[in-house]
Every structure is written in structure tokens, then in C-alpha cells.
Ligand binder design. Structure first.
Ligand code: NAD
Ligand code: TYD
Length: 345
């Protein structure tokens, strides 16, 4: 492993991964970010590293086979790490076509390029959502059946299956990691934690879906990046690894911690009509990755508090991102959404 093609590296987790690699390894690896710069891609996320001599940026679509091939050949790429995706469940409910294109066809295009270039090392960034809603007190292990329930999750599960197929059929050296809900610096504020922080900072209500008792494992993004690093270096080829804190909390608890860290009032909480097909609980067993020596540094609560502090300290970043396009998305997503009375919530 020498030259890494980091697709989607201008997005939230990909950019944090680039920071992690440069801070951890200095100039040991050449990092080539390959990104289409959709609404979620943002070169401000990479502003701090733009001058590093071993960092390069290529604007391109992962569905564009010629462009992918050129990037691989121009830089002598030997490892592909695929972060590029359409990532927001609510958008996948409104319009799934971009999810199928990028998450399924885009992953296939990268796999095919990796195969044609002499079986490059391939790491797929996946999600806990591929396991679907987890009932009772079960925790998902990597061998559990995939049972996705949203168009986003279905597109990510399809990609996982294709990655696996390329390993079995063509001997491509692949690994997959399945992360929980990441939070931290540079997350586009459509996702719940940065949405609620930036709404609260503007005195706007926080739209809590349904009863707010859905459970998520809110994981600090840098812990996720360390986990990916370990899987890349020490993971067994052909295997998948869960990455999470291994604990969950209800959304209501997340909101209370977030408001407490901001010193903001609970009257900002507003219960609204639920998301269609909303998964009540995700829960990952992380013992397989822990056996490789990984452990998270942040609990869910510490991750939420650290994330709040980053947005408070970096309003230059999120005020630019909450632009006209964001406002128009917000209006489409929340404008006509029913506000629930106490009896309905
Ligand atoms: P993000 O939405 O912040 O960023 C996605 C990036 O991919 C953007 O830079 C975008 O420009 C780029 N992109 C989108 N379509 C592209 C295309 N066709 N070609 C090239 N680039 C394209 O996403 P994120 O939250 O950083 O998620 C990164 C990966 O991690 C995704 O694969 C996602 O499924 C997975 N994941 C995310 C979470 C989470 O909580 N955010 C949790 C687990 C797994
Ligand atoms: P989200 O950040 O969209 O991640 P995911 O659905 O992929 O887990 O949502 C996290 C949780 O927060 C999920 O249970 C849905 C809920 N949620 C709200 O209550 N209100 C919102 O405005 C959003 C975006 C999410």
C-alpha cells in the first residue's frame, strides 16, 4: 500500500480520513482524493491539508470509468478506498435515483477498474444500516444477513454484495467496514446532529421525528477513521468489520446532551411527523475489530459534546454551507411536515 485513491474524500468522513492519515503517517502514503463535489462535497473540508505535498485532488465521478482509469494510471494508485456515496436517508426517500447510480453503479465501476489494473487493494466504506432495524437486544455481527429497509440502505447493501462478489469471483483483495452514525467536524448539516446544532444556534426549532425514541450509536468520526486505518492494514482480506462505540442512545437523549452543551432551551424541541419506514434501532457488535487492537476514544455523549463545540467554534464553515440550496432542501423536507401535538407524539 503506497498510493491511495480516496473517493468521496471531500465529504465528511473522507475528509476526516485524509486528516487522520496525514497526521498519523506524514508523507508515508500518497493520498489522491477523487470527488465529484456534489452538494455534500466541500473543498473547505480539505483546506488545512491542501498544501501537503503528498495530497492531490481530482474532480471526477466514480461512475465515469475513463476518468477513474486516468486517475489510477496518472498517480500509480495501488489501493482504492470508496467513501463516495449519496448518504442521506431522507433524500433517498424523496429521490432514490442518484443513490442507485452512485452507490451501486459507481461502486461497480470502481471494482471493475481495480480488477483491470491488476487487482488493486479495495476497501468499501459501508454502514450499519445494511443490517436493517435491530429488534430486541441483539447486536449485529458481520455475518448477519443484510436486511436493508430504506432506499439508501438498500443501495449500500447492494454495493457490499458486489464487493463480495468481486472477491469471490475475481480474487480482488477487498475488505468492508460498516460504521455507525458518525458525527464530528465537517458534517453537512442535513444529518441530525449538525442540523440540530446549527438550528439551535439560529434559534430555530429542532424537528424530532415521531416520538424521538429511535436508537442510534453516535460515534466520533475520528474513531471511525482509526478503525478504517486498522482494517486497511490488518484486516483479513474478504472480511467485513463493524465500527462503532458499541452502545446506543435514544435520539431524545442525544438532543438533551446537545442542548445542554449549547446552554440552549428545551423549548426548541419540536416533534414532527415521522420518517417513512424509520428504523427504530441500529446496534453493532464491535468485538471483531476490537480483536485487532482498536477501541473508541469517545463515548456517544463525548462525541456529541465535542461536535457541538466544533460547530460553535467554526461558524465560518457551516454558515457558508447553509446556503440557498440548503434552504430549498430544508423547505422541501420540512416545510409541509406536520408538527405533532403532545397526544400524537
Ligand atoms: P458525505 O455525503 O458527507 O460525502 C459524500 C462525498 O462523496 C461527497 O464529497 C460527494 O461529493 C462525493 N460523491 C458523491 N457522489 C459521487 C460520485 N458519483 N462520484 C464521486 N464523488 C461523489 O458522506 P459521508 O457522511 O462522509 O459518508 C462517507 C461514506 O461513509 C459513505 O459511503 C456512507 O455511506 C458511509 N457511512 C456514513 C455514515 C455517516 O454517519 N455519515 C455512517 C456509516 C457509513
Ligand atoms: P440521520 O442523521 O438522518 O441518520 P440515519 O437516519 O442515517 O441514522 O438521523 C439520525 C436519527 O435522527 C434518525 O433516527 C432520524 C432522526 N432525525 C430526526 O429526528 N430529525 C431530523 O430532522 C433528522 C434529519 C433525523
Amino acid at each position: 500500500m503506497q498510493t491511495l485513491l480516496i473517493t468521496g474524500g471531500a465529504g465528511f468522513i473522507g475528509a476526516n480520513f485524509v486528516h487522520h492519515m496525514l497526521e498519523t503517517y506524514g508523507d508515508r502514503y500518497t493520498l489522491v482524493v477523487y470527488d465529484k463535489l456534489t452538494y455534500a462535497g466541500n473543498l473547505d473540508n480539505l483546506r488545512d491539508v491542501a498544501k501537503a505535498p503528498n495530497y492531490h485532488f481530482v474532480r471526477g465521478d466514480i461512475c465515469d470509468a475513463d476518468r477513474v482509469t486516468r486517475a489510477i494510471e496518472d498517480y500509480g494508485v495501488d489501493t482504492v478506498i470508496n467513501f463516495a456515496a449519496e448518504t442521506h436517508v431522507d433524500r433517498s426517500i424523496m429521490d432514490p435515483s442518484a443513490f442507485l447510480r452512485t452507490n451501486v453503479m459507481g461502486t461497480y465501476t470502481l471494482l471493475e477498474a481495480a480488477r483491470r489494473h491488476g487487482k488493486l487493494r479495495f476497501h468499501q466504506i459501508s454502514t450499519d444500516e445494511v443490517y436493517g432495524h435491530i429488534a430486541g437486544d441483539h447486536k449485529s455481527v458481520e455475518g448477519d444477513p443484510l436486511s436493508p429497509r430504506s432506499p439508501y440502505a438498500a443501495s449500500k447493501a447492494s454495493a457490499d454484495l458486489m464487493v463480495n462478489a468481486y472477491h469471490i469471483t475475481h480474487g480482488l483483495p477487498v475488505t468492508i467496514s460498516r460504521g455507525a452514525n458518525n458525527i464530528g467536524p465537517y458534517q453537512y448539516p442535513e444529518k441530525v446532529v449538525p442540523l440540530f446544532i446549527t438550528n439551535a444556534l439560529q434559534g430555530r426549532p429542532l424537528p424530532i421525528y415521531g416520538d424521538g425514541r429511535q436508537m442510534r450509536d453516535y460515534q466520533y468520526v475520528r474513531d471511525h477513521c482509526e478503525g478504517i486505518d486498522i482494517v486497511l492494514h490488518d484486516g483479513v482480506i474478504g472480511e467485513a468489520y463493524n465500527i462503532a462505540t458499541g452502545t446506543e442512545m435514544e435520539n431524545l437523549q442525544m438532543v438533551e446532551i446537545l442542548l445542554d452543551e449549547l446552554g440552549a432551551d428545551r423549548s426548541l424541541m419540536q416533534f414532527v411527523e415521522d420518517r417513512a419506514g424509520h428504523d427504530r434501532r441500529y446496534s453493532l457488535d464491535v468485538s471483531k475489530l476490537a480483536a485487532l487492537g482498536w477501541e473508541p476514544r469517545y463515548s456517544c455523549e463525548e462525541a456529541i459534546r465535542a461536535t457541538v463545540r466544533w460547530y460553535v467554534d467554526n461558524d465560518w464553515w457551516w454558515r457558508k454551507v447553509r446556503d440557498e440550496a440548503f434552504d430549498s432542501y430544508y423547505e422541501r423536507q420540512y416545510g409541509a411536515r406536520k408538527v405533532l401535538t403532545e397526544a400524537e407524539g
